[in-house]
Design a protein around this ligand. Structure first.
Ligand SMILES: C[S@@+](CC[C@H](N)C(=O)[O-])C[C@H]1O[C@@H](n2cnc3c(N)ncnc32)[C@H](O)[C@@H]1O
Length: 145
């Protein structure tokens, strides 16, 4: 696996969906969970901040901010167990800004990337602040790319 060239495999965590399952139409799979592949820097002895559930039960889906939005409780759980206050969290697929909001609540630094301008604006409006969109985005470490 290409990732394995640069990183060490740590674990494959399972996030159970609550309520509705989701359908992966192209592959005819009725999925009841998300798989979270976890890697560490090569040679690192890093561990989670505390004991982590291999299988976590998320709450009901939340599509208020994005059609594929992650519900906030599981994002909160994983950020809490894998990082400390002041750490940097990077989200390459910002979407509705779920991880940005959690990072703000938990005092993590945050960098997010989003390719879709409208979606980016939606994530910005989710977060508090009276600044204009660009300044507000940079305040949260987000950049429209
Ligand atoms: C599944 S959604 C993320 C949902 C997010 N976790 C939430 O809770 O709202 C994926 C997002 O990644 C964006 N995206 C897709 N390809 C991208 C790329 N190459 N660079 C940056 N963003 C990208 C999409 O526009 C979409 O908003």
């Amino acid at each position: 696996m290409t990732l394995g060239k640069h990183l060490d495999y740590f674990y494959d965590f399972v996030l159970m969906h609550q309520g509705n399952t989701s359908m992966l139409w192209p592959r005819r799979i009725i999925s009841g969970y998300k798989s979270l592949l976890c890697y560490t820097l090569k040679g690192s002895k890093a561990l989670p901040v505390t004991n982590v559930l291999g299988k976590y039960h998320g709450s009901r889906s939340d599509k208020r901010f994005h059609q594929w939005g992650q519900e906030i409780h599981s994002a909160h759980y994983y950020i809490d167990v894998f990082s400390r206050e002041g750490d940097l969290v990077v989200d390459y697929f910002l979407g509705g800004g779920t991880f940005a909001e959690v990072c703000k609540r938990l005092n993590r630094n945050f960098v997010g990337f989003e390719i879709d301008h409208e979606v980016y604006e939606g994530a910005l409006s989710r977060l508090d602040g009276a600044l204009g969109p660009n300044e507000k985005g940079r305040q949260y470490g987000m950049e429209l790319i």
